[in-house]
Design a protein around this ligand. Structure first.
Ligand SMILES: [Zn+2]
Ligand SMILES: [Zn+2]
Length: 255
């Protein structure tokens, strides 16, 4: 399997998932059609499917343009019928997706929106706007409890799982993370490394689940340092995971 990252719009990423045995490919979250079509031609693959993680326009804006040229299966959560343009395959937790001879599976992870899914192919996780590298998506439609449960589900994936998220946000996410956990050495060194990559205009995605568990403040509700720092300004904060997560999310919204 080959994965091709395609920068789209201002800071979105689409991903071509290519089955190298059959040359069939799927595009995850085509924000726009033209750059995707160009890349499909360059790679000399045959596009068979669109995999949308959620209905937001910056993840589905290219659906109609791609469908105008050819017929494609369009996958998304079944509850997003009517919100994802051209949806043909409404899916749910644990459903299998087949691209050529590659097999992936759907994870239902609501919170950012009520119909958000991730696609897992081997150890490659395409998680849209739920888990970001060093961050997580805003709670537009779901509750903190839902998002916490979704992130917890993703954390059960193996450490070497590659995290392919929907946006290039790592640097600003880490700038926020450092304010909560300045003594986390792995976080500090990640921030330095990422600043170097961005200074050279390079992508910082994918990361690994291990890196996220070690440095992403939205997965670190058990961190004593984060809890202590939050309590300094919010003495009534309860230390349960959902309350810590919800507080970190609120602080990031205002950061
Ligand atoms: Zn979104
Ligand atoms: Zn987005």
């Amino acid at each position: 399997m080959k994965i091709v990252q395609i920068p789209l719009l201002r800071d979105n990423y689409g991903y071509l998932i290519i089955c190298q045995k059959t040359n069939k490919a799927a595009i995850v979250d085509p924000s726009e059609a033209e750059p995707v079509s160009r890349r499909v031609e360059q790679e000399k693959v045959s596009l068979t499917a669109i995999l949308n993680t959620h209905h937001h326009r910056d993840h589905t804006g290219g659906n109609e343009g791609l469908l105008a040229k050819q017929s494609l299966e369009v996958y998304g959560h079944k509850s997003d019928q009517g919100r994802i343009p051209g949806l043909t395959r409404g899916v749910d937790e644990a459903e299998e997706i087949v691209i050529g001879e590659e097999r992936g599976k759907v994870l239902f992870i609501p919170g950012h929106t009520t119909g958000h899914v991730a696609y897992l192919f081997g150890n490659n996780l395409f998680c849209g706007d739920t888990l970001f590298t060093a961050g997580c998506g805003r709670l537009f439609e779901g509750t903190a409890q839902q998002m916490h449960a979704s992130l917890k589900k993703l954390m059960t994936l193996p450490d070497d799982t590659k995290v392919y998220c929907g946006h290039e946000y790592t640097e600003s996410n880490l700038r926020f993370a450092i304010t909560l956990e300045p003594k986390n050495h792995k976080l500090v060194s990640r921030f330095e490394r990422i600043q170097g990559l961005r200074a050279r205009g390079q992508s910082t995605v994918p990361s690994t689940m291990e890196e996220e568990k070690q440095t992403n403040p939205f997965l670190r509700w058990d961190s004593k340092e984060i809890q202590t720092n939050l309590k300094a300004s919010l003495p009534d904060l309860r230390p349960d995971p959902v309350s810590v997560f919800a507080t970190v999310r609120k602080l990031k919204d205002a950061f």
